[in-house]
Design a protein around this ligand. Structure first.
Ligand SMILES: Cc1cc2nc3c(=O)[nH]c(=O)nc-3n(C[C@H](O)[C@H](O)[C@H](O)COP(=O)(O)OP(=O)(O)OC[C@H]3O[C@@H](n4cnc5c(N)ncnc54)[C@H](O)[C@@H]3O)c2cc1C
Length: 400
């Protein structure tokens, strides 16, 4: 009988679940024993619950990835909010000015640029697919220690049980235990910003548009929800974010309406609130023999362009593809050259996006009049440049 390989995925966020689903439903599934572990309880989506605080802008190309494992139709029929346009403008301008950026799906023959989806729904639809496979799911299971053994890792759980992994996939988020316990260094660039997140009801219809206003203190993203509300991600100073959290609903609504320059009129608070400190992180290496990092465990970026989960899901797809290819070639999926192929395919692309987002955040945060003038001229030139615009939209659509 052919050898079966044990894969342990640590982390049941969207990226870990996607990697497990792709492998458990892939052509080489019979050669794999897959176990996914997560310290948290199993996430459950219910339409009876209000739209969750944590939503993500999922590019159309990323939705196709969910479709490829049979997980998109249910999400689409449940509670996703398509967005068809994006408007990006600087605080000194208006969304109508010549230097504001505007992308519309129909100019690229697409029905939408992407979808706003609750993270818990993305997890739920992947779990539904995983339940139909032979993969073992262990929620409320935390790792106590990782031990390097010849050609494998032993994963010791807090329950005292030990799982052996021919390939260990670290998908355990930005403060990855897997990454730190195997000694992979991480570069960090604190943004000195905190993202204040909430849902609000706008006075004017949002029109299916995703809005982004660049303020000196950080960008304000306004994402359209299907029920007419908007989900706001306001990256601002930690003090301002705390003030928004501490204020009463009326005051918080006023703070965000001011920050939005009333582009949708008055915004009235209508949902939960939370604050997330922001920091860019990039692992120096994504792989070791028998181990690969994906998603936020490998890279965490500014939420300003809604790319973090999209990049992590692409990591999951690339790693699953390389594992399948190795198995088809009769190779061990944890061999370093196999995992290096994954790293080579993803690290450069992730680094480019990470540094681009960091640079963009800085470029708009400056008070310098000279840089302000260059910024406006650059945005006007961008609007007139066919190929650059097209490339940017490909990234937004997730088809680049
Ligand atoms: C405010 C904000 C807005 C964002 N908006 C967008 C957006 O619009 N679009 C987008 O693409 N991205 C967005 N992102 C980024 C996106 O949320 C993340 O990139 C994505 O959720 C990362 O997924 P992940 O599965 O890699 O990690 P996580 O979601 O962090 O999942 C890690 C999992 O590992 C588990 N875990 C951790 N430690 C252990 C352990 N020791 N043992 C067992 N399990 C463990 C955790 O319980 C968790 O379930 C945003 C981020 C923020 C902060």
């Amino acid at each position: 009988m052919n050898r079966r390989y044990r894969i342990v995925v640590v982390g049941g966020g969207v990226t870990g679940l996607m990697a497990a689903t792709l492998l458990a439903k892939g052509e080489q599934r019979d050669a794999l024993d897959i176990t996914l572990i997560d310290a948290a309880p199993r996430p459950v989506f219910s339409l009876d619950n209000d739209v969750d605080l944590r939503v993500s802008a999922i590019a159309a190309g990323t939705a196709d990835l969910f479709d490829s494992v049979g997980a998109w139709d249910y999400a689409a029929a449940t509670r996703v909010s398509p967005y068809t346009s994006m408007r990006i403008w600087d605080e000194s301008d208006t969304p109508e000015s010549a230097s504001a950026l505007r992308f519309d799906a129909d100019e690229f023959a697409a029905r939408q640029l992407g979808f706003i989806v609750e993270n818990v729904l993305l997890q739920d639809v992947l779990l539904y697919q995983l339940d139909k496979t032979a993969a073992a799911l262990r929620f409320e299971s935390r790792i106590r220690a990782l031990r390097r053994k010849p050609h494998r890792y032993d994963v010791e759980l807090e329950s005292g049980q030990t799982l052996s992994a021919d390939l260990l996939i670290g998908a355990d988020g930005a403060r990855s235990f897997v990454r730190s316990s195997v000694g992979i260094d991480v570069n960090e660039w604190p943004y000195e910003q905190t993202a204040f997140v909430t849902h609000l009801r706008p006075e004017k219809p949002h029109g299916g548009i995703a809005w982004q206003r660049f303020l000196r203190g950080g960008p304000l993203g306004i994402l359209p929800l299907d029920d007419g509300r908007v989900s706001v991600v306001w990256s601002t100073s930690p003090e301002q974010a705390q003030a928004a959290l501490a204020a009463d609903d009326e005051e918080t609504g006023r703070l965000i309406s001011d920050a939005s320059d009333y582009v949708l009129g008055e915004l009235v608070l209508a949902g939960p609130q939370g604050a997330f400190p922001l920091c860019a992180r990039h692992a120096v290496s994504y792989v070791l023999p028998n181990l690969a990092l994906i998603g936020d465990a490998a890279h965490a970026i500014h939420p300003l362009a809604g790319q973090g989960a999209n990049l992590g899901l692409q990591d999951a797809a690339e790693l699953a593809a390389q594992v399948s290819r190795a198995l088809a070639e009769g190779r061990h999926p944890g061999d370093r050259p196999v995992l290096r192929r994954y790293e080579r395919a993803r690290k450069g692309a992730n680094a480019t996006m990470l540094h681009f987002m960091t640079g963009l955040n800085r470029l708009f945060a400056t008070d310098s009049k000279l840089i302000g003038a260059i910024r406006s001229a650059g945005m006007r030139a961008f609007n007139r440049s066919g190929p650059i615009r097209e490339q940017a939209v490909k990234v937004a659509l997730g088809v680049d």
